[in-house]
Design a protein around this ligand. Sequence first.
Ligand code: COA
Length: 258
Amino acid sequence: MYQTLLASLEDHILTITINRPDKLNALNKDVFTDLNKVLDEIESNPDIRSVIITGAGPKAFVAGADVSEFNALNKEQAMALAKRGQDTFARIENSSKPIVAAVNGFALGGGCELAMSCHFRVASENAKFGQPEVNLGLIPGYGGTQRLVQLVGKGKAMELLMSAHMIDANEAKQLGLVNYVTTAETLLDHTKKILEIINSKALSAVAGCIKAANAVFDETSNGYALEIQVFGNCFDTDDMKEGVAAFLEKRKANFKGI
Ligand code: COA
């Protein structure tokens, strides 16, 4: 079904593995085609409640856009490449289902940008983050200049972008770029445990959290107004009625996802 991804669904969690380990999972055209296909599947398959993105092999999450595709591009083609990358990562960011990056090694360039487009990140001790594009006479093109500033603040982002300096998992955690640092062996289990908790909540409320929190960074929408709207919409769901009733009756809520 996919040329460059492995996908496995267990306990309503879809684990997507970018699978080009001999190229450190670099993002080429085929990976973007497959990512868009799997995003269609995530949107349409009700069995999928949340998603993990990780990389194949012990060394890399994703070591960047596939640099071998850059040589042949003129300016217009380069802009189209960046647009496709940005559109794909915007689909991840705006997914109504939680998508979490399990960063298992190098997350450089487009790999760091992919991780940053996910709703949050968990990293193994050997993870390394960076935007090394300036080494190639480039800047990030898949949203990195924007999301790095959002996640770590302007001063640190400026330094990382301009210096191509790589940071390890612990520094990434100190900066707020990742939520947890685990061993390589426990990375996926740790990430799944977080998603199992999220999966036990009301589906529409989780989707509402994503939508409202994303609005902070969307200049075209008023986040407070959107929050009022989404809060109101929750009152139209069976899950909200069940959640409130369960609390008042001192029992565990049995959410149905409607
Ligand atoms: N695009 C295309 N191929 C890549 C790649 C990328 N972004 N990153 C790694 N690869 C390929 C290498 O060319 C090599 O392929 P080969 O065996 O056919 O020569 C293979 O993956 C293994 O990488 P290698 O460089 O030998 O591993 P390493 O352990 O010595 O170094 C890195 C690891 C991550 C430090 C190094 O691969 C690197 O700097 N990659 C590019 C990072 C980058 O600039 N990303 C941003 C791109 S805009």
